[in-house]
Write a protein that binds this ligand. Structure first.
Ligand SMILES: O=c1ccn([C@H]2C[C@H](O)[C@@H](COP(=O)(O)OP(=O)(O)OP(=O)(O)O)O2)c(=O)[nH]1
Ligand SMILES: [Mg+2]
Length: 152
């Protein structure tokens, strides 16, 4: 059974999860606008929340908008801090180089994922403990299939 957390909210319409088990609740646009090709715009949702201490919410793109129309979020994932009481806004970007994208009031433009977070207590040390991965990263395990030759 999915765990639930009550979040106080003010909004013209409460964000909804499309299906049981969905991680993201859909955020709707509070504005009508057209995103020109290549344009980015901070778009209001009309939603404000009071997250409990120890939680954060992340504003992330909808995959359908991204895959079908090239609409994404510049700062994905956008981080909503527990103490933030302002309107949640979405920094939309139309990555298409030719086609404008129309948004009407009420269109679902992003989704909000609420998660528990821990606060780090950073402990400075001279040397970090070893690990299996070590300093390998940024493609250190390769990309392509063995038949493709280029493993870098
Ligand atoms: O996609 C986003 C990202 C952030 N926010 C709001 C909530 C968040 O708590 C606040 C600050 O976000 P962040 O810390 O990412 O931005 P910043 O540029 O560091 O601003 P600040 O100096 O206010 O922390 O802006 C949104 O509404 N949408
Ligand atoms: Mg900040």
């Amino acid at each position: 059974m999915t765990s639930t957390t009550e979040i106080l909210i003010t909004a013209p319409e409460v964000p909804e999860y499309a299906h049981p088990g969905d991680a993201g609740a859909d955020l709707r646009s509070a504005e009508a606008l057209t995103l020109a090709p290549g344009e980015r715009r901070l778009v209001g949702t009309g939603v404000s929340i009071a997250l409990p201490d120890g939680f954060a919410a992340f504003v992330v793109p909808r995959s359908g908008l991204a895959a079908k129309h090239g609409i994404t979020i510049v700062n994905s994932p956008g981080t909503v801090d527990a103490g933030y009481r302002g309107e949640i806004k979405v920094a939309l970007l139309n990555t298409d180089s030719a086609v404008p994208y129309d948004i009407a009031v009420g269109d679902r433009i992003a989704q909000l994922i609420v998660m528990p977070v821990t606060r780090a207590v950073f402990v400075p040390v001279e040397t970090l403990p070893g690990s299996d991965r070590g300093q390998g990263g940024f493609g250190s395990t390769g990309y392509s299939s063995p038949t493709n030759g280029n493993q870098s």
